[in-house]
Design a protein around this ligand. Sequence first.
Ligand code: NAD
Length: 497
Amino acid sequence: MSKHVTHWINGQEWSGTAARHGDIYNPATGQVTGTVDFATSAVMDQAVASSKAAFAEWRQASLARRAQVLFAFRELLNAKKEELAAIITAEHGKVLSDALGEVTRGLEVVEFACGIPHLLKGGYSESVSTGVDVYSIRQPLGVVGIISPFNFPAMVPMWFFPLAIASGNVVIVKPSEKDPSATDFVAKLWKEAGLPDGVFNVVHGDKEAVDALLTHPDVKSISFVGSTPIAKYVYETGTAHGKRVQALGGAKNHMVVLPDADLDLAADAAINAGFGSAGERCMAISALVAVEPVADALIAKIKERMAKLTTGDGTKGADMGPLVSSIHRDKVASYVAAGEEEGATLVVDGRTTKFEGDAAGFWLGPTLFDNVTSKMSIYTDEIFGPVLSVIRVKTYAEALKLVNDHLYGNGTAIFTNDGGAARRYQNEVEVGMVGINVPIPVPMAYYSFGGWKASLFGDTHAHGMEGVHFFTRGKVVTSRWLDPSHGGINLGFPQNV
Ligand code: NAD
């Protein structure tokens, strides 16, 4: 039976009739499994009005009450994580264990947000002047918008909404139209957890819905995650409309392997980080920088491991699932063709990989290129698929220059047994998240996630204390309770005595 996904506004499914829809696919079968309603600006207005009404009560809810709802949500999400993972796999295609992994990483942010009473503690200075005290508080912004990409339909929205809600804001999520069901599932869990109606609204759609959110005068902030051109557009449009914006963009993540590295560890890491989730991760490793003389030995080990990888239906135990859509699969395959034409050595061709699944699925096996140069499109562009490019360099300095010269600066990893070299890399590299013998350095919830350069527009990263700051405004109060010794009229600028 075909499913129908619609907006979730004020604690219930929207009852209108949408003029436009999108198709939802199962990437493992290539079949349309349902439709998702696309919102107009009038629907967004309804959602914002519902959010605004809910804000009046929710911002006044005690920290204890907010934390209780967060804890209840955490318990429900934890109990139903397998169900949510199955929903993700059915629309995204990633294998079940990977889908469960993303839910677990999202749960960590919920758990962090459960500590909101502690996280929102302000400062207090007694007697800054005679009889005068100063203290700082942080208050919620109001209606906050979250726009998410297809590749982590559960985890990416969860980088933002637990802290936004815990801080007293009301949230409108605009999920990716490619896999919209995960956010609707989550909306129902919030209701069950006791969150008042209107605090968590979901509006589906495409550019029209995004633009309505970006330009709405009552929306105070935008947290966006997606490709770099759209992130830049969202940042520029949102800030031009007076909003606070954090817009996380695309990536090209380099893994540098120094000559002294443990090559088996490095080969395992390259496989996991290059081909996990079919390379559709913003923290995937797509450029492997081999500092000679390691390249030949490392490539041999990677090739050996690739021969054992299975590509197939994510519900049936394959290592790697399909790509999200036929258009995206064809685009990634066109990069493989471009790499060959540009003169890279095609070591393993994913276009010829045998897959275990429906012939109509969006399949493409893992590809490995050697002798890639910094001028080739497979190196300069974000491919967002299972394509790993090896670039051979002679020195650490050459490797560092490659990474620092690249447009993107999301994540990077260095593999070495030399602590001094690793420390130097962590200091010199111009990238937001660095792994040392760790290929996918996604920070824990209590640190902040975000890249540099074209991988992030705005100055605040996701979750951790930066997340708390993003979703709150600071206020400083200077107070004096009158005592008999007040000083009378003085027109001079306040000084501390
Ligand atoms: P995308 O940019 O196509 O879409 C992201 C969101 O923007 C979706 O909700 C989509 O509906 C909306 N959108 C699409 N086109 C739009 C337009 N013209 N105007 C306004 N809104 C529009 O990205 P995607 O394909 O869903 O996701 C993959 C991209 O996301 C990759 O580039 C990946 O690197 C990036 N990503 C980055 C991070 C990070 O933390 N930096 C994390 C995950 C994904």
